[in-house]
Design a protein around this ligand. Structure first.
Ligand code: SF4
Length: 188
């Protein structure tokens, strides 16, 4: 059987592989207790999309489930504007665009193009500042980079010692629950 990897898990993996474990341990609990401020805001930002309330326009597709057989991934897009052929990922706040977020958008792009959608533009949209950040369409070299990253995910050895990066940890939503560090995150 072919196992598909969730695009959001890839994003978590690049941030910290251990966060995937914590996410799976605590996702069944009280989400209000687990979520730090940025995630709560981000989640609220996605509610309209997930409930398909964001747009009733016929030329906009929201919250579409997507997959790629070639890359072995599945996920959901935020917003695709059919006329402009633009795929948009909304975030509540975007001070920095991290590589994991770009991989996420590339992954969505490859899923959609494999499914037959035409995409000419990619962008992030920051709700808090009403700002659009255009992202280049990935090249063949970028695709190879994404494929190698997916391979790294598949071959990850969880017994390998974790490299803890305290800067990341203090911005990690699982910081207060994580047994790898003693500090609290910056959101408390
Ligand atoms: S607190 Fe640090 S080690 Fe723990 S899951 Fe978050 S980033 Fe990883």
């Amino acid at each position: 059987m072919f196992d598909y990897i969730s695009i959001s898990t890839l994003n978590d993996f690049i941030f910290c592989p251990y966060s995937i474990y914590l996410h799976n341990v605590y996702m069944g609990g009280d989400e209000e207790l687990v979520h730090a401020t940025p995630q709560t805001q981000g989640k609220a930002a996605h509610v309209a999309i997930d409930e398909k309330k964001y747009s009733s326009r016929k030329d906009e597709i929201t919250s579409l489930s997507v997959y790629s057989n070639e890359l072995g991934i599945i996920g959901k897009i935020d917003l695709y504007k059919c006329k402009e052929k633009v795929l948009i990922e909304r975030k509540y706040q975007l001070n920095t665009i991290y590589q994991g977020q770009i991989y996420q958008l590339w992954a969505q792009y490859y899923c959609m193009t494999e499914m037959g959608y035409e995409i000419e533009k990619l962008a992030f949209y920051a709700i808090s500042t009403n700002t659009t950040y255009p992202i280049d369409i990935p090249t063949e070299e970028n695709k190879l980079e994404l494929k190698n990253f997916i391979l790294r995910f598949k071959h990850f050895d969880p017994t390998h010692p974790l490299q803890v990066n305290i800067n990341k940890c203090t911005h990690c939503i699982y910081c207060n629950l994580c047994d790898k560090i003693d500090t609290e995150n910056v959101y408390t």
